[in-house]
Design a protein around this ligand. Structure first.
Ligand SMILES: NC(=O)c1ccc[n+]([C@@H]2O[C@H](COP(=O)([O-])OP(=O)(O)OC[C@H]3O[C@@H](n4cnc5c(N)ncnc54)[C@H](O)[C@@H]3O)[C@@H](O)[C@H]2O)c1
Length: 333
């Protein structure tokens, strides 16, 4: 039996507690939140649960094996570090840390103590992303050309980070997983209008082999959009995450350019075949992710969304922030 302690019961924490409690072989023995209102919500939702205000109580408790850190990003490093120092495995929310130095230190600490870190890149466990990964890996899309994502809605404004650090980790972790490549360069532009943090941003990432990615993140959109286009040489897909059914549509469309008599005689032909929508597994992503984490701990295996994967995403976020402050200067990684 793996005994979990969860720190942070705001917006996302309740999902972690609920999914852990539904997990065979896992128990939540304590929840911590510094806010009295949040603690009352835990008591109401989970009568009898041990609820504490001070993370130290939970971090040093001998009965806890794993600590889940579901608090704002600027607190992740201190809490995760204390958990690792106390011999606990850690499940940390995205983005892993506020900078790459912190991430490197946590990775090193976990490795020295033979403890696991999992970073909650939830989307990697959704049916849609798992299907896209399968299509990419089996070569159905052919050589990839681009990843183009729109992730916009009204709010939720965060007080500690800008829209890039809030929403872009999803796309950056998905690209990291799908491409298995790190970007060579990043360009980002954005603007803040209300609370001093950028509320709209456009990020371009240049990956090896001419793969380009664009991410549009925005807290000031009147409508919620979660649409990603992935273009490949053989097929192209549209992933609309707001669709209840048919989230993924694969188009047998493409363009072929042939040159018969030198570059001045290009022949462009367009292929427009069938569209199909593959079946997608309906299991809740967090349920799958937490089950995988428990299995990694039991089998002493490294999760693919470990601290190192978290660090790669933090490095992309840092590069984007760096470019943004220079109004779109190219930042090489
Ligand atoms: N994986 C996802 O899809 C997803 C979705 C939403 C949020 N998140 C991540 O989850 C984390 C939390 O986000 P949220 O929206 O739930 O934030 P939130 O502000 O709603 O909740 C954070 C909670 O942590 C508590 N807290 C903060 N510091 C604490 C400390 N030192 N000790 C004890 N309690 C403390 C606060 O009182 C609050 O109740 C962030 O890193 C965010 O990026 C991930």
């Amino acid at each position: 039996m793996l005994n979990f302690g969860v720190i942070g019961y705001g917006y996302w924490g309740p999902n972690i507690v609920r999914n852990l409690r539904n997990q065979e072989g896992c128990r939540v023995l304590a929840v911590c939140d510094q806010s009295a209102a949040a603690r009352r919500r835990v008591e109401h939702a989970h009568p009898g649960m041990k609820v504490v205000a001070n993370p130290a109580e939970l971090l040093s408790a001998p009965y806890i094996d794993v600590v889940a850190v579901i608090t704002p990003v600027w607190t992740h490093y201190e809490l995760a570090k204390a958990a690792l120092q106390n011999g606990k495995h850690v499940f940390v929310e995205k983005p892993f840390t506020a900078d790459s130095t912190q991430a490197e230190e946590l990775i090193d600490l976990a490795s020295r103590k033979n403890l696991k870190i999992m970073v909650d890149h939830t989307f990697l466990f959704t049916g849609a992303v798992r299907k896209i990964k399968q299509l990419v890996d089996e070569g159905s899309l052919g050589k990839l050309y681009y990843y183009d994502s729109t992730r916009v809605n009204l709010g939720l404004f965060q007080h500690d980070v800008n829209v890039i650090w809030d929403l872009a980790p999803h796309d950056l972790s998905i690209m990291d997983y799908l491409l298995q490549e790190e970007p060579e360069a990043v360009v980002a532009t954005g603007q803040s209008h209300l609370n001093g943090h950028e509320d709209i941003a456009f990020i371009t990432l240049y990956f090896p082999d001419n793969i380009i990615a664009h991410i549009n993140v925005n807290w000031l959109s009147p409508v919620k959009v979660r649409t990603t286009l992935i273009g490949g040489e053989k097929k192209m897909l549209v992933w609309n995450d707001l669709e209840a059914d048919e989230k993924l549509k694969i188009y047998d469309k493409g363009v072929k350019v042939t040159s018969q008599q030198g570059v001045y005689n290009l022949l462009v032909s367009y292929r427009s075949g069938d569209m199909w929508s593959p079946q997608i597994e309906q299991c809740e992503a967090l349920q799958l992710e937490l089950s995988y984490f428990a299995e990694c701990i039991r089998k002493d295996e490294t999760p693919f969304n470990d601290g190192i994967a978290g660090l790669r995403v933090v490095k992309m976020l840092e590069a984007a922030s760096n470019s943004l402050t220079k109004r779109g200067a190219m930042v090489y990684l």
